[in-house]
Every structure is written in structure tokens, then in C-alpha cells.
Design a protein around this ligand. Structure first.
Ligand code: GRF
Length: 206
């Protein structure tokens, strides 16, 4: 009789990455996908900033991208409807926020609850919440003379940086570090952490 061996495999998820800035996390995710480290694929990049590095990166890798910003619509409802429409159109399984500087409308969060993740450049719940973005986070860490900082990937809910934590990566603060050098070190850790979390999600280990 034929013996069937079960091979664990996943088909991967359709990732929709939302990004406003330089897009280095987006790039790390695309590279993880191209190398086969993750099975998931970035099917769409959404940016509120038409001249973002994220859009340039998407174009470079031939990934569909769209500029969706409040400036293009009269009401928030119209923007939200367009975001939801495009997510359905591209069959997004997981929304990946990678330096997205806008708050998602609660309707989007409700529709995709448990399927939206974000990366934050600190060890949440420390150094999260209002005003804690970009270099501010690292300045606060330096000012507090912390010995350790890091990055956090968490699920997104209606409140900034408050959703359930999925995984963190610690980064040592060296005596010579300033906010800029810390930002660089943490960003490097983020580029490993984000693909790792996506792998865990696609393998249903989270
Ligand atoms: C990262 O530090 C991330 O933690 C934060 O925004 C930054 C985005 O950087 N949410 P990049 O655009 O991916 O280079």
C-alpha cells in the first residue's frame, strides 16, 4: 500500500504593506519573500505619501502600489471605503504596517481584527503611544539611560501601540550610542524580526 507522508507546508499569505516612509522594513519583507524564507507575498503596497521610499521600493520590485491619502477624498468614510475595497480586490490576508504614520479607521480594524500587525522601535509597552515615533523613541531611551531597547511586533487594535504583543527583539544600548546610532541598530533588528513574525503567522504558530 502507498504510504503517504505528511509534509508540513503552507501556501503563504497575501500581504498588504502600509508604509509612509523610507520603506526599509518593506524591503526586508520583500527580500524574505523572494529568498523563500517566508512563503507569503507582498501583493500590494499602500502609502499615504506619494513620494515615499516605500512606493519607490514597490515599483523597483514590480509590486503593485497605491497612493491613498485623506487629501484625495472629501471624507474619511470615502478613504476608508477605498482602503477596504482595495484590500478585498487584492485578497489581502494580512495587513502589515511598516512605518505607516496614519491611524487606521476602526472599520478597517474591525474587518481585519487579528490580521493587522505593526512594528514599533522599542520594547512595548515602554516608549509607546502618542508622540513615540521615529527618532523621538530613541531620544527618550537615551535620555532615560536605558541599557536595553529593542523592537516589538504586535497586533493592531483601536489604540496606538496597545495591541497584543507577538514578539520582541532586544538591542543593547552601548555607552557611546546616541539616538541616531540606536535607531540604526534597532532598525537592523526590525528587519530580522518582522519576517520572523510573518513566518510564525503563516505557519499558524501564532
Ligand atoms: C521603523 O522604525 C518602525 O519600527 C516604525 O517606523 C519605522 C519605519 O521604518 N514603525 P522604514 O520605513 O521601514 O524604514
Amino acid at each position: 500500500m502507498l504510504k503517504i507522508t505528511k509534509i508540513p507546508f503552507t501556501l503563504g499569505l497575501n500581504l498588504c504593506v502600509f508604509a509612509s516612509g523610507s520603506g526599509s522594513n518593506l524591503r526586508a519583507i520583500i527580500e524574505a519573500s523572494l529568498s523563500g524564507y517566508i512563503k507569503s507575498k507582498v501583493v500590494l503596497v499602500v502609502s499615504n505619501n506619494s513620494s515615499s521610499g516605500a512606493i519607490e521600493t514597490a515599483a523597483k520590485f514590480n509590486i503593485p502600489f497605491i497612493h491613498l491619502s485623506q487629501k484625495l477624498f472629501d471624507t474619511e468614510q470615502e478613504l476608508t471605503e477605498n482602503i477596504l475595497r482595495i484590500l478585498v480586490e487584492y485578497k489581502a490576508d494580512l495587513i502589515v504596517l511598516a512605518g505607516y504614520m496614519k491611524l487606521l479607521n476602526p472599520k478597517v480594524i474591525k474587518e481585519f481584527r487579528g490580521r493587522i500587525i505593526n512594528i514599533h522601535p522599542a520594547l512595548l509597552p515602554a516608549y509607546g503611544g502618542k508622540g513615540m515615533f521615529g527618532i523621538n523613541v530613541h531620544e527618550a531611551v537615551i535620555n532615560a539611560k536605558e541599557k536595553v531597547t529593542g523592537a516589538t511586533v504586535h497586533f493592531v487594535d483601536e489604540v496606538y501601540d496597545s495591541g497584543e504583543i507577538i514578539l520582541q527583539r532586544e538591542v543593547k544600548v552601548s555607552p557611546g550610542d546616541d539616538a541616531a546610532s540606536l535607531q540604526e541598530k534597532v532598525l537592523k533588528a526590525e528587519h530580522e524580526l518582522y519576517p520572523e513574525v510573518i513566518k510564525l503567522i503563516e505557519e499558524k504558530r501564532i
